[in-house]
Ligand binder design. Structure first.
Ligand SMILES: *[C@@H]1O[C@H](CO)[C@@H](O)[C@H](O)[C@H]1NC(C)=O
Ligand SMILES: *[C@@H]1O[C@H](CO)[C@@H](O)[C@H](O)[C@H]1NC(C)=O
Ligand SMILES: *[C@@H]1O[C@H](CO)[C@@H](O)[C@H](O)[C@H]1NC(C)=O
Length: 287
């Protein structure tokens, strides 16, 4: 009996939904494409000599493409020059407080609310929490902008509709949002029972059947439309042609393992790269 229930739980666990941390979501780019077929010509250049796929330069992208490119392209849209440009660093950008959301359109940046000057301009700064939205101090967020910024101390900025202030609240589940307006629309919905409730793939219609966020905005769950229902995505069932698009450019096809695998942007400063390099050097020295 005990063994049976363990087997049962293992079966359930192995069918678990695909959960992706925020920092890995939507991170595939051309460098992850291992063969020409995956090197999408609209975004990438294929080099036949080296059989390698590289990102097109930012300057070649239209506004609509530029605004939705995954982060590894390092491109941002400049509304002043109307050009797609290389991203430099968060603190190089500043906007009027009304356009504070533009800091979040950059790459891993947030609005530096403490930097607002007398003309109402604020600077952007590096994101302090690995989440879709983050802010350092809810007290500095305007009530009308107060939608689910995650703070470094683990709380969230939530509208207090009675006092009309942006307050810092500990949120663990959707029902911790007590009003319709404050119910986090990335992770929850206002149910027929008048309670803020967790989204699941199964409640999503075809148009929205892609993904939803965790309550803390630090990870996403991927969903898949089966033709008549929205279900948890099981990445292991994806074919070569489905892999990239079904996962919102989060997984790419690995031609060596013949599997759909999470895209890892090559980071030359990473320790594994250095270890690999040291191993190669050691092998060369020993020989
Ligand atoms: C856009 O270009 C202008 C003019 O070159 C520059 O001052 C500004 O910092 C750029 N960036 C953004 C995000 O507007
Ligand atoms: C943008 O970045 C690419 C790749 O790092 C570089 O080759 C290019 O010269 C940069 N363009 C500008 C205008 O700085
Ligand atoms: C929830 O609020 C929205 C606007 O904020 C409103 O359109 C909607 O009717 C409200 N729903 C319920 C169930 O109160």
């Amino acid at each position: 009996m005990k063994i049976l229930s363990i087997v049962f739980w293992l079966l359930i666990l192995s069918k678990q939904a695909t959960v992706v941390p925020y920092e890995k979501y939507f991170k595939c780019s051309c460098i992850n494409a291992m063969r020409q077929l995956d090197c999408l010509t609209a975004y990438c250049d294929w080099d036949a000599d080296s059989s390698s796929c590289t990102n097109k330069p930012c300057s070649e992208f239209s506004q609509s493409d530029c605004q939705i490119l995954p982060d590894p392209f390092n491109c941002i849209y400049n509304y002043t020059t109307n050009k797609c440009e290389n991203f430099t660093k968060c603190s190089d950008y500043s906007f009027n407080i009304d356009k504070l959301s533009l800091c979040y359109e950059l790459i891993n940046c947030e609005a530096d609310l403490a930097s607002i000057d007398s003309s109402g301009t604020l600077e952007c700064k590096d994101r302090t929490v690995k989440a879709f939205r983050s802010a350092d101090n809810c007290g500095l967020v305007l009530y009308r902008n107060c939608f689910w910024y995650q703070t470094p101390d683990g709380t969230q900025c939530v509208q207090n509709t009675q006092q009309q202030i942006c307050e810092s609240k500990l949120i663990n589940k959707c029902s911790d949002y007590i009003t319709n307006e404050s119910c986090n629309s990335f992770a929850c919905y206002w149910s027929d029972f008048n309670i803020c409730t967790e989204i699941t793939c199964s409640i999503l219609q075809q148009d929205n059947c892609f993904m939803y966020s965790s309550v803390d905005l630090k990870s996403v769950k991927l969903c898949q439309w089966t033709g008549n229902a929205c279900v948890d995505l099981d990445v292991s069932t994806l074919t070569q042609t489905q892999c990239l698009t079904a996962t919102d450019f989060t997984y790419g096809w690995n031609t060596d393992t013949q599997r759909c695998e999470i895209c890892e942007p090559p980071d030359i400063s990473s320790s594994s790269y250095i270890i690999l390099l040291e191993t190669i050097i050691l092998v060369i020295l020993i020989n």
